[in-house]
Structures are given as C-alpha cells and as structure tokens.
Design a protein around this ligand. Structure first.
Ligand SMILES: [Zn+2]
Length: 318
C-alpha cells in the first residue's frame, strides 16, 4: 500500500470513537493521534496518544520528519502542555528508531501491555474453496464475487433485485442471504444500470486524481485546487432516498475506488441532513464490473420468470 500518510491530532469530541490498536474507547477531550492516507477521500484512523507512539505501523515515517509542529495537522490547536507531550514522545521515537533501541521501557508487565504493532491488513480475501463453489444458492441467484450475490425475489407484489452478502449456515453448508446488502426495486435497479457510463467516468476520474496526487507527492510540491479538472459527477440518485456514491475508500489495506449503493435517512428521521443507513452495499471496481456483466442474465430472468418481458424487450433483442 501507499505508505506515505499524513498525521493529525486533536481532542476527541466524544467518547464514541475507539482506538485502532487496543481497541478501547478514546475518552472525550483526550488527545488522540491518527493518520489518514488521503485527505480528500478518506477518514482518519485514530489511536490513543500512547498507542500511536507504541503501536501504529506508520510511526516509523516520523523518523525523517522531525519538526513536530508541522508533521501533525492540528498541533497548533492543542494546549501547550499537550504540544509538549507530543514533542517529547516524537523525540523519543526518533531516537529509538535511529539507534534501534526499543521504544518502550520494559517495566512491570500488565494485562494491557500488549505490544503487538497495529498494521493495516494486506491479506487478500479468501478465495472460495472447491466445496464453496459447488454450493447451491437457489434459483434466480447470481454470484458477483465470493459470498456476494445478486438475487431476484418477489416480496408480496413487489419484485426485488437484491445485491447482498450471503452466509453459510453452520449445519448443512447452505448459503443464505445475510443482512448486509440492499434490495432494489426493478425501477431502482434499472436506474442504477442506466447510470453505468457516468459511474464508470466517475471511477476513472477518481483513479486519475489519485495518480496525479501520488506524482505530486513525489515531487514534493503542493497541488492547488486550480489544477483540478472539472469534476465529473460522483453521486447519483436512484430513488428519493437511495443513492449511489463513487468514492475512494481505505479498503483492506489499500486505497480503492468503490461504488456505494445505499439508502439514506429521510428528513423526518434525521432533520435536514440525510444520513447513510446500514441498508447498502459497497462494491469494489471489480465487483461493480461483474455486476454489469450479469445485467443481461438478470433481465432475461426478470423477463422470463417475473413478467418483465415487455419492459426489457429492447435490451434483450439488441
Ligand atoms: Zn489504544
């Protein structure tokens, strides 16, 4: 993965967030330290003050960046005492990394003294074993990747196209649809597919932006906002409260472009700002392309078995 990250620090605004390394909650108003691989697209990964200096994999990058006040974004907003604390920890870390001596003093060990380092996961997702591939998943179900499937079903009088993760029941090894995913009406599914060219354009643009930024990072010059080209659209409504957003996200150890298909809360539920709900699915570019390649199969099934032959006649005959 790209190991050039940015560091930041701030006071925790609530005690909801937890530390990536230990992983206990970070109390409200405590100094937390984190890193972000990319300021534009990605959330910060946070640590307790001491967990960061002991365990965060990327702390090694601080060896060459010794000016504490410019390394940590948000440093100037901290109280003097907290600035001093970070300066000291940073200094100690640089000495330790340069001399190769252990960074942590060995003293009495406690149960909390887990010194394993926090590293981003770089393992690839397990590929399905032979027996998993053989499993039957029922009619009208098409595999996107691993446990991710498209499934057409009828709910009362509504026909739904689900994009959903399946799980295996313990006993028989049968695959069943799980909670993670979203069921689209045929209209919503069709709107989604109709946006495919714009969605592809958005994917390409985000990938180009990322490459451009990496090149600029290497040259150590700053990019101004003016350099950016006219932005392609990256979000698409497929119904009043369902939306597709193309974005760059930190997924299993690397920055990836994803296509997020999700339901948002309505104004009555959350006031002015629609918030993402857990009804949704985040597809990698590969999964998105696989979904597109299954489109003909899906509409043939909709036509043959769910009464949509007229709706898709044009697409099926071309
Ligand atoms: Zn921690």
């Amino acid at each position: 993965m790209d190991d050039n990250v940015y560091f930041c620090c701030e006071y925790a605004r609530s005690s909801i967030g937890s530390c990536k390394a230990c992983p206990k909650a970070i109390s409200k108003n405590a100094v937390k330290i984190g890193f972000t691989p990319d300021f534009d697209h990605c959330g910060t990964i946070w640590f307790h003050f001491s967990c960061f200096f002991k365990k965060c994999f990327f702390r090694k990058q601080l060896k060459d960046d010794t000016e504490t006040s410019s390394v940590f974004v948000g440093f100037q907003d901290l109280k003097d005492t907290d600035q001093q604390r970070i300066r000291k920890a940073h200094e100690k870390l640089v000495v330790a990394l340069t001399t190769g001596k252990p960074e942590v003093k060995k003293g009495k060990r406690t149960a909390d003294d887990d010194e394993s380092e926090w590293k981003p996961h770089t393992k690839k997702p397990k590929t399905a074993t032979h027996s998993e591939k053989e499993l039957t998943v029922g009619k009208h179900t098409y595999q996107i990747q691993d446990f991710l499937y498209i499934n057409i079903s009828r709910w009362r009088v509504i026909v739904l196209v689900g994009i959903r993760e399946y799980y295996r029941t313990a006993a028989g090894g049968k695959l069943r649809p799980g909670k993670k995913g979203i069921s689209l009406t045929v209209d919503q599914y069709r709107t989604l597919i109709n946006e495919r060219l714009s969605i592809s354009k958005a994917i390409e643009q985000i990938k180009e932006d990322k490459e451009g930024k990496d090149a600029i990072k290497k040259k150590k010059t700053k990019q101004t906002k003016k350099d950016k080209q006219v932005a392609a659209k990256t979000d698409f409504d497929i119904s009043e409260n369902r939306r597709v957003i193309v974005k760059s996200e930190f997924v299993s150890g690397s920055q990836q472009v994803v296509v997020d298909i999700r339901e948002y809360s309505t104004a009555e539920q959350s006031g002015e700002i629609p918030l993402p709900t857990d009804k949704g699915v985040t597809l990698t570019e590969e999964q998105w392309n696989k979904l597109l390649s299954l489109h003909l199969t899906v509409i043939r099934d909709l036509a043959d078995n769910f009464g949509y032959s007229e709706d898709f006649a044009d697409e099926l005959s071309s």
